[in-house]
Design a protein around this ligand. Structure first.
Ligand SMILES: Cc1cc2nc3c(=O)[nH]c(=O)nc-3n(C[C@H](O)[C@H](O)[C@H](O)COP(=O)(O)OP(=O)(O)OC[C@H]3O[C@@H](n4cnc5c(N)ncnc54)[C@H](O)[C@@H]3O)c2cc1C
Length: 462
């Protein structure tokens, strides 16, 4: 028997007959995520039912030197969950229990395979709110959100996934179970180890359980779509709104005219404001009493208009209209499909430099690739900028030339090549644009220390 065959036999002995899928029994969907990356041929797929089984799988693979790729909902956009050649795919899908919701302390204890939307709904039913939200909520798992330190729509108010995690359980490469299921917002008993794993994209350990912080429930939102004279006005409007509303803004999404036009044209969305403005912003404030919040929210918009920061505004009068505004922002999926194949850039740039950065990227792309369509948008309140560029075929089929140009400008502006999607396989060639040599050296030493045989998500991130 080869080492691989021995590993398969021993995995089946641990997990039970029929629970180690190989060859055509591995579902096609397990071979890819939402990125354009195509991985290798996996050795097997296993779906442990609890932490002890995850530990047993890792112990075995560690002993045999077989690579392991943790898989959540496979909605990742960086290729972190695609199979490596000859690796064992470790799906967390069967670990989807909500163990506890503490309605007094405002926290929930969950397994890593829980779908984000299921957790949002369970928190809401308990009168609380899990303030992590993204377009892939119906498929992404909380373990995947933690492993990518996902951002999403409400970061400006509540922070990234890291800020929602109180406690964590992780299985290390050799099968050691590291339990850090802390339930307290304050715990300074020496250095906190949890952040090491949040955003580590499955390269340092497998997340199996978590304690999540819940926030007071919200009853609805006040939202407006506004037309702005330019980027400087957007920065001033954000500061003005935060001051007037005591930091209660929950979203500040910018859409440049190329995005606004594309989403109206390609995704067939309704236009709450006419096209033709220099910039559009979706401004939202969530709260326990949207009716009471309507007056301060409206007053904030009015003073902004008087000060020339806003040229035109559409105010949502119902939750349905709030949802309509968000449909403009979420229409990116349809534009993506119409322009396919595309590159979906996720970068961040210091807030006040975003406008100039967009202009520089747009000019450079149009000079080098005049036929390329571009749409700029993003969670600008979090310094996060997205760019959809396509179709890249036949202009630049690998996308490498376009990426090189964009990431070069991002580096020059002091930005990051990954705001929220991670590095995975796709952005690995560009990591040194955003991390210096000393940081990379320390990251590699950490990886060697925690995974000396390099079995966890081999070839990804670093
Ligand atoms: C329509 C759409 C909208 C999106 N919007 C956003 C957004 O607004 N903000 C944002 O940040 N992202 C967004 N994403 C990207 C994606 O949804 C997130 O990265 C999400 O957190 C991935 O979760 P997942 O369960 O699908 O992970 P996967 O894709 O399965 O895995 C992602 C990475 O995490 C690792 N991993 C997964 N589970 C575990 C685990 N239990 N332990 C250790 N490692 C693990 C994998 O190996 C891989 O490296 C979007 C994606 C889509 C398709």
């Amino acid at each position: 028997m080869t080492t691989e065959q021995q590993t398969l036999a021993r995995l089946e002995a641990v997990l039970g007959p029929g629970r180690v899928l190989t060859g055509p029994a591995i579902p096609p969907a397990a071979h890819r995520d939402w990125s354009p990356e195509r991985g290798g041929t996996p050795l097997a797929l296993v779906a442990p039912r609890d932490t002890a089984e995850v530990s047993a799988v890792l112990r075995l693979c560690h002993a045999d030197g077989i690579g392991v790729v943790p898989q959540g909902g496979r909605t990742g956009l960086a290729g972190g969950a695609v199979p490596g050649e000859g690796t064992v795919l470790l799906s967390l899908a069967a670990m989807n229990r909500i163990e506890d919701i503490d309605t007094d302390a405002g926290l929930m204890v969950v397994e890593a395979g829980c779908i984000l939307q299921a957790l949002q709904e369970a928190a809401a039913a308990a009168g609380w709110s899990l303030q992590l939200d993204l377009g892939a909520r119906g498929s992404a798992q909380i373990g995947g959100n933690i492993a990518t330190n996902a951002g999403g729509n409400r970061v400006i108010r509540y922070g990234m996934t890291r800020d929602q995690v109180l406690g964590l359980e992780v299985v290390l490469a050799d099968g050691t179970v590291l339990s850090m299921m802390n339930r307290m917002p304050k715990n300074n008993a020496a250095l906190d180890l949890k952040p090491l794993f949040i955003g580590s994209e499955g390269a340092l350990g497998v997340v199996t359980r978590a304690v999540l912080r819940l926030r007071p429930g919200v009853a609805g939102a006040n939202a407006a779509l506004v037309a702005l004279p330019g980027f400087d006005a957007a920065v001033k409007l954000l500061a003005h709104a935060q001051r007037r509303l005591s930091g209660r803004i929950t979203a500040f999404e910018l859409m440049w005219p190329d995005y606004y036009d594309a989403v109206l044209r390609e995704a067939g969305k309704r236009a709450p404001l006419p096209p033709g403005s220099a910039l559009y912003a979706l401004v939202e404030m969530q709260g326990a009493d949207p009716d009471a919040d309507a007056a301060p929210f409206g007053a904030m918009l009015e003073t902004a208009m008087e000060g020339g920061l806003i040229l035109d505004a559409a105010l949502a009068r119902s939750q349905r209209e709030v949802d309509d505004f968000w449909a403009l922002r979420d229409g990116v999926a349809e534009v993506n499909a119409r322009w396919s194949p595309v590159i979906n850039f996720d970068v961040s740039v210091p807030l006040t430099r975003i406008g100039a950065c967009v202009e520089e990227i747009r000019a450079a792309l149009s000079a080098s690739y005049p036929a390329l369509q571009c749409a700029f948008f993003g969670h600008a309140g979090d310094s996060n900028l997205h760019l959809l560029a396509g179709p890249i075929d036949p202009i630049d089929p690998t996308g490498h030339g376009i990426e090189s140009l964009v990431y070069g400008i991002i580096r020059a502006f002091g930005g990051s090549i990954s705001a929220e999607h991670g590095i995975g396989l796709h952005k690995k060639p560009w990591l040194s644009h955003s991390r210096n040599a000393e940081e990379l050296a320390l990251l590699r030493r950490l990886k060697t220390l925690m995974d000396p045989k390099g079995i966890l998500n081999p070839g990804k991130v670093l």
